[in-house]
Ligand binder design. Structure first.
Ligand code: AMP
Length: 245
């Protein structure tokens, strides 16, 4: 089997997680590696290094290129990564991209495709802001997937008149079938936090796209389509990348 190293880029809500599991299943079980997840996994560690990482993440800053590349290098050395890997959240800077290119080249490998999941940014905002989930993990959206739920905006108890930035209205949602109250993630309820995440994504990806476009490996995927259509578009790109590897 030819190896398949893929970079998955996309704003939050563009369906990277779902498509990564499709790719994993379709292309020989290659692992999905999110550097954010690798760093978050260090939360359980008590050493100074892990504590420093948590501090930087809590401030919303990027971990240094040196540390990030070291962590990726260790992950790439594991047996399951020898035939390929789906990078998610990495690289985020040009030095990281350059390091990855050299590191893969030293093993006779290269990036086969950079999949850029294109989603209108207003849609991205609504996918996060309108999301509510049941305890079972099933998720709904007041803007796009609300048939099974009852929902309404409720004025903040401290709001004098209309809701405002200091006292935004709260979203209350219940399952129609059982009446279960649905949960909204705290960072999804905060419009400012969502905008910040979208801005950070744009700022980080902007310089990387031309870097990879110069190598002819960038493929834009319309992430607004139904899941199956997005998977089919990805499959077309990856089958071609494998044939020309
Ligand atoms: P994510 O889940 O991808 O948004 O990552 C969460 C946090 O982990 C980021 O805000 C950074 O602090 C850190 N992080 C993840 N990936 C990288 C990377 N490639 N370079 C630097 N920091 C990263």
């Amino acid at each position: 089997m030819t190896s398949l190293f893929i970079i998955l880029m996309g704003v939050q809500g563009s369906g990277k997680g779902v498509q990564a599991s499709f790719i994993r299943q379709r292309y020989g079980g290659i692992p999905h590696v999110s550097t954010g997840d690798l760093f978050r996994a260090m939360r359980t560690r008590q050493d100074d290094f892990a504590r420093q990482i948590q501090q930087i993440m809590a401030e919303g800053k990027l971990i240094s290129d040196e540390i990030t590349c070291k962590v990726v290098e260790e992950r790439l050395a594991l047996p399951d990564a020898q035939n390929g890997l789906i990078f998610d959240g990495f690289p985020r800077t040009i030095p990281q991209a350059e390091w990855l290119q050299q590191h893969l080249a030293s093993k006779g490998q290269k990036i086969g495709a950079v999949l850029v999941m294109q989603l209108d940014l207003y849609d991205a905002f609504r996918r996060a802001f309108g999301r509510v989930s049941a305890a079972s993990g099933e998720s709904f959206n007041i803007y796009s997937n609300s048939a099974g739920i009852d929902w309404k905006w409720v004025d903040h108890p401290d709001a004098k008149s209309n809701a405002n930035e200091a006292h935004p209205a709260r979203l209350e949602a219940h399952l129609k079938s059982s009446g279960e109250r649905l949960i909204r993630r705290l960072d999804d309820a905060n419009a400012h936090a969502i905008i910040k995440r979208i801005d950070a994504y744009l700022a980080e990806t902007k310089p990387l796209i031309p870097f990879y476009a110069a190598q002819g490996v960038v493929h834009e995927i319309d992430a607004s389509q139904p899941i199956e259509a997005v998977s089919a578009a990805i499959q077309t790109v990856l089958d071609h990348a494998q044939r020309s590897a």
